[in-house]
Design a protein around this ligand. Sequence first.
Ligand SMILES: [Zn+2]
Length: 206
Amino acid sequence: MKLYRLIASEEGPTKLFVGGLHGKEGLYTAPILERLANESVCTGKAIIVPSLVKQSKYVDVLSREYYQSKEGMKLVRLIQKYKPHFYFELHAYSEQSYSGLTDPERELRIGVPPFVDLGNGILLGSIAPMLRSKFSESDFCMTIEVPNWKSEDEEVKAEVLQILKLALSKTKCEEVMLELRMKYPVQIKKAEELFRQYYRNRLKPF
Ligand SMILES: [Zn+2]
């Protein structure tokens, strides 16, 4: 597993960016996270893992089984070791999964809110509730899903990188959210609404 450590001279929180959590999605997340690791906008300390696994059986990160798998345990160990305040999970999904991931009935169907399409098929949402419980209330945790059939699309890659760069460069989650709200007003409003409904105001987005 490749891991980059970025330490900025400017004080700031610890941030963990992880891609390729299962299956072969690392093929699509690694190129983006490799680029992120070469950015010079970091504040605080960042740990970047372009692909947690190269190729593995696909086990859903929403399932308990995932956190008992080799890759799931590796992920939890990374979180325990670095105790990040910002945590970004980068996944890649196939075209057939789009309707399931964005289904307005997703919470009724599988107990977690749907992702919101930022446009271009880039999806934004919360992380697995089981994993969220390993973080504190004030931590900032987000999932980004990259459309894998657009993996060669420079525009899509650049847009995902832009979102991750925001997180890399800011010291407060409010600053990241503010910029995201300006760029994607309707979508972020929806994502925040879904988050609040799900966590019933016990946590603030994200
Ligand atoms: Zn995934």
